[in-house]
Design a binder for this molecule. Structure first.
Ligand code: SF4
Ligand code: SF4
Length: 321
């Protein structure tokens, strides 16, 4: 839990978190919300009893900045998932294979001061990854980490154990970096805690700071913010994205509380086919009543989600250059 955040004991049952939660929108089941979980925990419920609720969370992080009590709602879920995994290790067996795939990766050594950690989807698209690297200066300035930590991001999301040795192997080459540009929103949040001395930015923020991307964004675009990294630093980023929105004249997937509405396309429950949120329905709802000529996404997972529900072009921000 981040410094200053409070535990579930502080929940007053105000329900503000419900306004932001895609699981609430899809199910209208309060037991599957932060409100429901916090109140149940206050009344003595165990993690095992809350398993369905804990599993349902997409970890979009939107509830956290919405909560007036500053409860660490993301850490609450990852902590409860870790507790469930300790009680029943078989629960995380299905993600272990995916994690092992990535364990074999090694860091591509380089003296570059900027390290780019692509998320799973971007790492699987070498052409787009090359464009992203060129956006930040290309060879010599940027090195792409072959060890992108995607197994660690997955473990964080699933509540699976990360061995100290594995974490250290991941972090050692990153400690010398001046700046880390990180594609996975779960890792952005975790890396800030692990490497407080390193400047860590989400791919979306880093890319929209470049003239190459800014010059190609249009007022008629709907710009889709990746929610996890945004909500992990919402107090600061709300100002950044508001300034960007006003400068460009484009619209964004922000609600009236300035929370980034997620499609939930990249979350673990969706990947496992167990999500209570219908990604297409969520994407359709985000587009409802919005005028736009093109959708620009920070998260590659969102391309399929939006393409399924609109005929307008949907591009990743690296495809703008
Ligand atoms: S992280 Fe997202 S899905 Fe999970 S409880 Fe919060 S708003 Fe709902
Ligand atoms: S917003 Fe915070 S205090 Fe209010 S119900 Fe949700 S978790 Fe509890």
């Amino acid at each position: 839990m981040a410094a200053g955040q409070r535990g579930y004991e502080a929940c007053t049952g105000c329900s503000l978190c419900l306004l932001a939660c895609p699981v609430w929108r899809a199910t209208r089941d309060i037991r599957l919300t932060p409100h429901g979980r916090a109140r149940a925990l206050q009344c003595g419920a165990t993690a095992d009893e809350l398993a369905a609720s804990i599993d349902a969370c997409t970890l979009c992080g939107a509830c956290e900045p919405a909560c007036p009590q500053d409860i660490g709602l993301v850490a609450m879920i990852t902590g409860l998932r870790a507790e469930l995994a300790r009680h029943a290790p078989a629960r995380v067996a299905s993600v272990r294979d995916r994690m092992n795939d990535r364990m074999a990766a090694r860091f591509a050594g380089s003296a570059a001061e900027i390290r780019l950690l692509p998320d799973r989807a971007l790492a699987a698209d070498p052409v787009l990854l090359g464009r992203v690297a060129r956006l930040f200066g290309g060879d010599g300035k940027v090195s792409v980490a072959a060890d992108d930590g995607s197994d660690i991001a997955l473990a964080l999301e699933a509540g699976a154990e990360i061995s100290e040795a594995r974490l250290e192997r991941f972090l050692v080459p990153l400690r010398g970096a001046r700046r880390l540009i990180v594609g996975d929103g779960m890792l952005v949040r975790a890396l800030r805690g692990w490497l407080p001395a390193v400047r860590i930015e989400s791919l979306g923020v880093a890319a929209t700071c470049t003239a190459a991307v800014r010059d190609r964004l249009r007022a008629s675009d709907l710009y889709v913010i990746e929610p996890r990294a945004y909500h992990a630093d919402q107090e600061r980023l709300v100002k950044y994205y508001d300034a960007l929105r006003l400068a460009l004249g484009c619209s964004m997937n922000l609600d009236l509380q300035r929370l980034a509405i997620p499609t939930t396309a990249g979350c673990l429950p969706a990947a496992l086919g167990r999500s209570s949120v219908d990604v297409r329905d969520q994407a359709r709802w985000i587009l409802e009543g919005r005028e736009f000529a093109r959708i620009v996404v920070e998260d590659l997972n969102d391309i399929a989600a939006y393409t399924a529900v609109t005929d307008k072009p949907v591009v990743h921000l690296a495809q703008l250059i």
